[in-house]
Design a protein around this ligand. Structure first.
Ligand code: SF4
Ligand code: SF4
Length: 221
């Protein structure tokens, strides 16, 4: 039987085979006190053992339909990610007899802070637009995660220049809500725009992505 590290490595390969564009792993215990959880004053992970495997799907501007949101259905991109996650859970369970489950989306609903998890898993680094900048894809990646009953040491986070160093911030300048006016992202201002989108829209809603689409970080793999 391979050890936890070997199974996680195989699971990351399998995640890409199943359709994820990027994947990474982080010990669940690290998410308990992740930066977003600390900022919100809550626990960042319902589990303090095991491993979260984070899955990312590229949402390039040539596929805007992936982001069209519907009440009760979410987005097509998220449904694709959930399908990949379910298949990965099944594969881990059947191949290794390891318990695993798809993680809920919202932290307040038993989920985790997915962007923090993606950074801690080494998938990318947080940009000034409050989105994870992923090498090869920029900020145009959506995330989901599974939890698996596997233990392995996490990886050291990358050092060196931050991806936003020297950038003139077209992302924050593009925000119609001035959500970065204090120098930090205002979730309340951004959510006000999201709520307005929902009120104005019918059927499938094309939410604001201005801070994401303005980023010049590379979009091609
Ligand atoms: S999604 Fe739109 S409203 Fe929200 S921070 Fe980005 S640009 Fe501003
Ligand atoms: S536009 Fe520039 S500052 Fe904003 S996230 Fe992209 S690289 Fe960073």
């Amino acid at each position: 039987m391979p050890d936890g590290r070997e199974i996680i490595s195989a699971a990351l390969d399998k995640a890409r085979e199943l359709g994820a564009d990027v994947a990474g792993a982080v010990p669940a215990a690290r998410l308990v006190g992740c930066p977003s959880a600390v900022a919100e004053g809550v626990r960042g992970s319902p589990a303090d053992r095991g491993t979260y495997i984070v899955l990312g799907l590229h949402h390039g501007p040539e596929h805007p339909e992936l982001d069209l949101w519907e009440e009760g259905r979410g987005t097509p991109g998220d449904r694709i990610l959930v399908g990949i996650a379910k298949n990965l859970v099944r594969w881990i369970s059947e191949r290794y007899g390891i318990r695993a489950r798809v993680v809920r989306y919202q932290p307040g609903d038993g989920g985790i802070y997915l962007k923090d998890a993606a950074c801690m898993a080494g998938i990318g680094r947080m940009g000034r637009n409050n989105l994870v900048l992923v090498p090869g894809y920029g900020p145009r990646v959506r995330f989901r995660a599974i939890w698996a009953d596997l233990e392995a040491p996490g990886r050291d986070l990358p050092e060196g220049d931050l991806p936003c160093a020297g950038c003139e911030e077209p992302c924050t300048c593009a925000c119609p809500m001035d959500a970065f006016r204090t120098g930090r992202y205002s979730r309340d201002r951004c959510m006000a725009r999201m709520d307005a989108d929902k009120t104005a829209g019918r059927g499938r809603i094309d939410h604001c992505r201005a801070c994401e689409l303005a980023c010049p970080e590379r979009d091609e793999a």
